[in-house]
Ligand binder design. Structure first.
Ligand SMILES: Nc1ncnc2c1ncn2[C@@H]1O[C@H](COP(=O)(O)OP(=O)(O)O)[C@@H](O)[C@H]1O
Ligand SMILES: [Mg+2]
Length: 256
């Protein structure tokens, strides 16, 4: 269960495709003065009638940045990621994603914005009736791409995360670490502008965690903004270039 390549860079073909997309995004950003990918203004969140889980959150996630989101279990890391993903509405304050105010979006617009975000869920959320390959290819399929145009790309990425031999089997047969890598590959395949990963190294040993971190750093270097929720201090210490968004006492503290 090791990654095929020790570190290396993203496959060349993907990098070229990414650079072109990045150029388009940069132009789009200039055209619309888009600025930050995500902006929170005085955001508060409570579940139902419960106490405020998050309070007074004001921060931005800028293009091409790397941040760890940290804090003890129950601090609100998953809740914060769900707010960014527009899966939860703030109970007060404002959230904008890709320059759009969250409360002004209809369902189709939310779906469109979410496609620009890659997500690694804590519980993976692989579809059990699709093979590993089909799961990873899904974000491209829902964009209307023909299989012939992405088969090599998907196979290459699966090999890169060490699942080359496992790509035609169903997720229930994969180990926890393999599911995690499949979920990571699915989040990366469409070259998202923003990647959110919820404890993505929670199910693997420290050596594999380091390799997966390198994969995220590589993605970041190719232009994606990355947010990794983790309480693994050792992991965070392996990448000095990252901001730390620290949740505690329902508030957010930022270490630049
Ligand atoms: N769906 C929910 N309904 C009610 N309370 C929730 C729900 N999800 C999370 N919480 C509560 O919100 C707080 C933050 O949870 P969470 O965002 O999962 O923290 P973390 O991911 O940092 O462990 C916890 O007190 C948790 O019990
Ligand atoms: Mg969580």
């Amino acid at each position: 269960m090791h990654l095929r390549r020790d570190s290396g860079s993203l496959p060349q073909r993907q990098r070229v495709a990414y650079d072109l997309r990045q150029a388009n995004h940069t132009l789009a950003a200039v055209g619309s003065l888009e600025g930050a990918l995500v902006r929170f203004e005085n955001v508060g969140l409570r579940y139902g009638m419960g106490p405020e889980v998050l309070r007074d959150l004001t921060f931005s996630i800028e293009p091409q940045t790397f941040q760890f989101l940290t804090g003890p279990s129950g601090a609100g890391k998953t809740t914060l990621l769900r707010l960014i993903l527009l899966a939860l509405r703030p109970t007060r304050g404002f959230i904008s994603v890709f320059g759009r105010m969250s409360h002004e979006l209809d369902k189709d617009e939310v779906t469109g914005l979410r496609r620009r975000i890659g997500v690694v869920f804590q519980d993976f959320r692989l579809l059990d009736h699709l093979t590993t390959y089909e799961n990873v290819a899904l974000p491209l399929r829902v964009r209307g791409r023909e299989e012939a145009t992405y088969r090599a790309e998907v196979t290459e990425l699966l090999q890169w995360v060490g699942l080359g031999e496992r790509m035609h089997i169903l997720p229930p047969i994969l180990s926890g670490g393999e599911k995690q890598r499949a979920a990571i590959a699915r989040a990366l395949i469409a070259r998202p502008e923003l990647l959110l990963a919820d404890e993505p190294t929670g199910n693997v040993d420290p050596a594999l965690a380091r390799r997966l971190l390198r994969l995220f750093v590589e993605l970041h270097k190719s232009g994606t903004s990355v947010v990794i929720a983790t309480h693994d201090l050792e992991l965070m210490n392996q990448f000095d270039g990252a901001r730390r968004l620290v949740l505690g006492d329902n508030r957010l503290h930022i270490d630049d």
